[in-house]
Design a binder for this molecule. Structure first.
Ligand SMILES: C[S@@+](CC[C@H](N)C(=O)[O-])C[C@H]1O[C@@H](n2cnc3c(N)ncnc32)[C@H](O)[C@@H]1O
Ligand SMILES: Nc1nc2[nH]cc(C(=O)O)c2c(=O)[nH]1
Ligand code: SF4
Ligand SMILES: [Mg+2]
Length: 221
């Protein structure tokens, strides 16, 4: 069972898969505590906020309600809604608080590719063919540490930045962990102008890529 906050079909707005139609499955729960997190409604797991999948499916706005869902029920929901996307992004909250192997396997058996968006602070339990996006969280309020195993597993590293110190922290992290040949993205925090300018200049300087949360510019989910 997975605690699911929301399920929606849209265009992937971040990282290498930007522009790809995708079904998003947002799992409930995250203790990492990033001050600027754009999904704070997924942090708490309150048992009194448990609802059924139909209620999660009917959501019109962000809320803390969640439902316990099996992979089978999730696939049935995709079919019921007539989703056409064949790529599933598992995000949250922090999805790696869950063992994602059964979910990814069930998706793969039905012909879906899968991708995880994770902070890298929990062991990543996912099949080898799942695309893993690690967005390292350094010095956040919850006190969780980035795992070396998560950095090594990452297919891409996507780092949110607003200040030069965020760029410097990433350089240190990549150096310490001897990460040389991975895709690295900088993502401006909350579309701030200064953060975007910093990200552009730093991408050019370090030969990294820019990820700008396209969905927010488009006003879509
Ligand atoms: C909401 S998080 C959920 C998945 C996971 N907990 C993580 O942090 O990767 C999804 C992505 O959005 C990024 N993100 C969250 N809030 C943001 C913001 N205000 N501006 C830019 N990126 C943000 C995260 O760094 C992460 O890459
Ligand atoms: N369109 C769209 N793309 C996204 N990529 C990562 C997202 C996330 O919240 O994990 C996200 C999201 O919430 N919407
Ligand atoms: S790790 Fe992800 S979900 Fe958790 S607070 Fe940070 S950005 Fe938000
Ligand atoms: Mg988002």
């Amino acid at each position: 069972m997975y605690k699911v906050n929301e399920v929606f079909q849209t265009i992937q707005g971040e990282g290498s898969f930007t522009g790809m139609p995708a079904i998003f499955v947002r799992l409930q729960g995250c203790p990492v505590g990033c001050a600027w997190c754009d999904t704070k409604h997924t942090w708490a797991i309150n048992m009194e906020q448990q609802v059924d999948l139909a209620q999660v499916s009917a959501k019109q706005a962000d809320s803390e309600f969640w439902a316990n869902v099996t992979p089978k029920a999730l696939l049935a929901l995709f079919a019921e809604r007539g989703y056409q996307a064949r790529h599933v992004v598992i995000t949250g909250g922090e999805p790696c608080m869950y063992d994602l192997v059964p979910l990814c396997q069930a998706l793969s058996e039905q012909g879906y590719s899968s991708q995880i968006e994770t902070s890298g602070t929990f062991e990543i339990k996912a099949p080898a063919d799942c695309w893993v996006t690690v967005s390292p969280k350094l010095n956040m309020a919850g006190g969780y540490k980035i795992l070396a195993s998560a950095l090594q597993r990452a297919d891409e590293i996507k780092h949110p930045v607003a200040m030069q110190k965020h760029v410097d922290e990433l350089v240190t992290l990549l150096t310490e962990h001897q990460i040389l040949n991975k895709l690295v993205y900088l993502q401006p925090i909350s579309q701030q102008k200064r953060a975007t300018e910093l990200a552009i200049a730093s991408c050019i300087q370090h030969n990294w890529r820019l990820s700008v949360q396209v969905h927010k510019y488009l006003g879509i989910e």
